[in-house]
Ligand binder design. Structure first.
Ligand code: NAP
Length: 532
């Protein structure tokens, strides 16, 4: 099957990109999706307690006033099901389904230099050809399932949060093990704890977490967001993370202790990701960060009744926000329940998974079910899973051997006409992802429009620009607090053998947008465009 454009993935990015390519650029476009339906992340992540920790009125598309105004969010943070329904609504509204094929995973993509086409193969042995190939596979779609000895011998069921089965799973009265305490684990535990017989949480690194303070949205709030559609849309282009809050202008050091505490208490009570923005320097300056990290530690210690457990939950070893900040609803309170236990993997590591459960250095534990909330081979993993082979038979795996290299996070030398939405080298996971996705889809679409106009047959970035983009990211990362975390998936530390390089662009969405716009204005300087 021959197409102008193939998009891989039918989540937030794939759906919008299909609309752009098909309805605005008039290109014959197809989306190939592994799942049975649209949704991407929100199709796969059906685990108990799954919801977004970005506020609903901004965790959505803003490109269409009509779509924005016609959808009513129910809660401050949308549940997985609600986001999935939203994406289905968008898909229906834009009549996208007819150009999506489901249940097909792209297993290889090879550039045919003589034909100037990409050839794609799926796990169902279907073959496709296209001129433009766009990855909309997301940043967090390749599950990290730790290679723990004995997993095959386990008689019970095990699940990864990001590959949650489509059927209903009952945990009622079960003995459950949960491995991992990142954003996902912190969401799962309080929900599961209510119904299981016992929940044993295996923690490798304790995590800072801010109260989410979820609530039902009032009618007047919802009406207000619709009234202020343009204002909100505009605001999301101005804030560093594409969120609806600005960072405070003043440093924490401009206040005495009493006033500092008052500001922190107010932000804590409000909850949400904006907590980190209550002073200008929490995410930038170690001395300011220390004060806030200690504040969070004290709050947690106050919640958890058993002081030994509280200590284990707060033995952070990294500054707040150097790893992905998490939100919680009663996570720390969960450890006050009789049926919940914390295993600190630093002092009591897992030796193996057995027929009946998990053996740690100190004991043998029986479980009916194991949940891996162990994260992802982030950013580069999903792109590499496409098994791309570019010009001169160059394998992407080889070119990225020492870490992902892109220009602007969008294109790769020797991989012509291949575009990435929210890929390595873009702000992606450091932002409110739909905001970044829209910027990328619009930029890529404008680029393709230009390429069509000038009758380009192929385009790719120069090596020089790509190398200098990678250097720029490394330099920016070195100046940031992100590098103060010993182990972080932002740097690939969570995957054995993965190159230890900071992956996303860390200087914020407005700065990144500025750079992209400049490249566009300069007729795509940094890209080599071959004409017919
Ligand atoms: P994660 O942040 O990578 O957390 C994985 C957890 O598993 C960490 O506690 C990690 O410990 C642990 N772990 C990994 N490998 C392990 C091993 N071999 N043995 C024991 N423990 C292990 O993954 P996540 O919680 O799924 O979150 C990933 C990202 O998804 C988030 O950061 C966020 O961007 C996104 N997310 C978003 C939402 C949302 O509300 N929008 C919700 C969930 C997830 P270490 O810390 O020591 O590595």
């Amino acid at each position: 099957m021959y197409l102008d454009t193939i998009i891989v993935g039918a989540g937030f990015s794939g759906l919008y990109q299909l609309h752009k390519c098909r309805d605005q650029l008039g290109l014959k476009t197809l989306v190939i999706e592994e799942g049975k339906d649209v949704g991407g992340t929100w199709y796969w992540n059906k685990y108990p307690g799954s919801r977004c920790d970005t506020e609903s009125h901004i965790y959505c598309y803003t490109f269409s006033k009509e779509i924005y105004k016609n959808w009513k969010w129910k809660e401050r943070y949308p549940k997985q099901k609600e986001i999935l329904n939203y994406l289905k609504y968008v898909e229906k509204k834009l009549k996208l389904r007819k150009d999506i094929i489901f249940n097909n995973r792209v297993i290889s993509a090879t550039y045919l230099e003589n034909k100037k086409l990409w050839s794609l193969k799926t796990n169902k042995n279907r073959l496709f050809y296209c001129r433009y190939l766009i990855s909309a596979v997301g940043s967090l779609s390749v599950a990290n399932i730790p290679n723990i000895n004995g997993i095959k011998s386990f008689k019970g069921d095990w699940y990864h949060s990001g590959r949650w089965p489509n059927k209903k799973i009952s945990f009622k009265n079960k003995k459950v093990a949960q491995i991992g305490t990142g954003s996902t684990g912190i969401q799962i535990a309080p929900v599961l704890a209510k119904s299981v017989k016992s929940l044993t949480i295996f923690q490798r690194t304790p995590n800072y977490s801010i109260p989410a303070r979820n609530r039902k949205l009032t009618k007047s709030f919802v009406e207000n967001t619709k009234k202020n559609y343009l204002k909100i849309k505009n605001l999301l282009t101005k804030t560093p993370g594409g969120h609806a809050f600005h960072f405070a202008k003043k440093s924490i050091f401009e206040f005495n202790e009493t006033k500092r505490l008052k500001i922190l208490d107010k932000a804590w009570l409000n909850g949400g990701l904006s907590f980190r923005a209550c002073f200008s320097d929490i995410t930038k300056k170690l001395s300011a960060n220390k004060i806030v990290s200690n504040y969070i530690r004290d709050k947690i210690i106050n919640i958890v009744k058993d002081k030994e457990i509280a200590k284990k939950l707060t033995d952070f070893g990294h500054p707040f926000t150097s790893k992905r900040p998490t939100l919680n609803t009663n996570y720390f309170e969960t450890f006050n329940r009789k049926n919940v236990r914390l295993i600190d993997l630093k002092t009591n590591p897992i030796i193996k998974i057995t027929k009946n459960g998990i053996r740690t250095r100190k004991e043998e534990l029986k479980f009916d079910k194991i949940i891996f909330a162990t994260g992802y081979d982030a950013l580069s993993g999903p792109i590499l899973s496409l098994n791309l082979i570019g010009r001169k038979k160059i394998k992407l795996k080889k070119y990225w051997k020492n870490g992902p290299k892109t220009f602007l996070g969008i294109m790769i030398p020797n991989f012509p006409n291949f575009f990435i939405i929210s890929g390595p080298g873009s702000p992606s996971v450091l932002t409110n992802v739909p905001a970044q996705i829209q910027q990328h889809v619009e930029w890529i679409s404008n680029f393709i429009k230009y390429l069509e106009k000038v009758k380009s047959i192929s385009v790719e970035p120069s090596f020089k620009e790509t190398e200098s983009w990678v250097k720029k990211i490394n330099k920016l990362a070195k100046q940031s607090l992100f590098m103060k975390a010993k182990n972080s998936w932002y740097k690939g530390d969570n995957i054995p053998g993965k190159p230890k390089k900071f992956i996303p662009y860390p200087a914020g969405l407005p700065q990144y947008r500025k750079i992209c716009n400049k490249v566009q204005k300069r007729m795509y300087k940094g890209f080599k465009i071959s004409l017919k």
